[in-house]
Design a protein around this ligand. Structure first.
Ligand SMILES: NC(=O)c1ccc[n+]([C@@H]2O[C@H](COP(=O)([O-])OP(=O)(O)OC[C@H]3O[C@@H](n4cnc5c(N)ncnc54)[C@H](OP(=O)(O)O)[C@@H]3O)[C@@H](O)[C@H]2O)c1
Length: 312
């Protein structure tokens, strides 16, 4: 199949590598220096756990023209960047679009595309279950299996599901279809938000986060509050086990995160405060309507916000 990966950071690079392995005709869209690197050297990925480096040669473009048509476009970027590319996708002829990445408001993006597209679009939303970071000349990827994506189309069947299954058929990459992808995303954001706030507060000094018991206790309490807040707002906790563990075993959760900060894994994933800020801004808009109290989350947000304003 003819596919485009639009957004070539950590997650996009691993996806492009998988799509090449699956025998697809892969083009990637990247910008500036990174586009030049991909053209000259290919996509260089260090697979941290597997201790191997792969290089994939692909076609590279730097802009999407209205007439460039693909079977599927995978848009892989930060939540805070999606909005900048929706107008470009709306005037492109491709019908099947999968937005991959944390997403607080997929319904709003779907509505935008419905109102602004030149043709009928089939929109789906996914999240790739891997970590990674960008170095100057390569991407480091953290994955425990061949890769997995949780995906859905907001309660509807993905119109191009069989095409996606064909695209990944020759790989071991797993597609996990999820009916309520909106609730899944919101739960995932609750899962990652408090820890990412702590990392920002401590300048990404992971050992210092690991040593700060008071901060880690606040993190696990904030996570617990967040899962309860979602229920209060009418969302299911999906996956249930994730929320159950966080809400019923705060101390074990605390121990897990404490140990995690002393492993080499913690340094292999990257987050961006701008994306995290977009999540809590949206979450607090929802929370305002409920009156539900989240003192630990509020405390972390306040500290991070103070630091953000000071650094600005
Ligand atoms: N990194 C992780 O460990 C991890 C783990 C799980 C999930 N996620 C989630 O996966 C999503 C993607 O994360 P990521 O780490 O892959 O992000 P990333 O490294 O920031 O990659 C996104 C890429 O999209 C490109 N991009 C942004 N706006 C663009 C535009 N208008 N036109 C063309 N390219 C554009 C960026 O290009 P430039 O390089 O030119 O800025 C960047 O290379 C996020 O929601 C993230 O939270 C990340």
């Amino acid at each position: 199949m003819r596919v485009l990966v639009y957004g070539m950071g950590n997650q996009g690079s691993l996806l492009a590598h998988t799509l090449v392995n699956g025998g697809n005709d892969v083009t990637v869209l990247a910008r500036g220096e990174r586009a030049e690197q991909f053209k000259e050297k290919g996509i260089v990925i260090r697979h941290f756990i597997q201790r191997k480096t792969t290089i994939d040669k692909v076609k590279v473009i730097t802009e999407l023209e209205a007439r460039d048509r693909y079977d599927v476009i995978f848009v892989v970027m930060k939540y805070s960047d999606f909005k900048s590319v929706l107008p470009v996708l709306a005037v492109n002829e491709t019908q099947n679009i999968l937005l991959v990445g944390n997403n607080f408001n997929p319904a709003e993006m779907k509505a935008y595309m419905k109102s602004n597209s030149i043709n009928e679009k089939n929109m789906a939303f996914g999240f790739q279950m891997s970590g990674g970071k960008k170095d100057k000349d390569r991407i480091t990827v953290l994955r425990t299996n061949a890769g997995e994506m949780v995906l859905g189309a907001l309660g509807e069947k993905i119109e191009f599901q069989s095409m996606l299954e064909a695209i990944f058929a020759k790989t071991k990459y797993k597609l996990s279809f999820q009916d309520d992808i909106d609730a899944w995303f919101k739960n995932h954001i609750i899962y990652v938000l408090p820890l990412n706030l702590a990392h920002f507060i401590k300048d990404y000094d992971y050992r210092s986060v690991g040593k700060d018991n008071a901060l880690l206790k606040e993190v696990v309490k904030a996570m617990h509050e967040g899962f309860d807040l979602l229920v209060d707002l009418g969302y299911h906790n999906i996956p249930k086990g994730q929320a159950n563990f966080a809400t019923k075993h705060e101390y074990l959760n605390f121990l897990f995160y404490k140990l995690y900060h002393f492993t080499p894994m913690v340094k292999q994933s990257e987050s961006s405060f701008i994306e995290i800020k977009a999540f809590y801004d949206e979450l607090y808009k929802l929370k305002a309507a409920s009156g539900f109290k989240t003192p630990s989350l509020d405390k972390l947000v306040k500290q991070a916000e103070k630091k953000y304003l000071l650094n600005k």
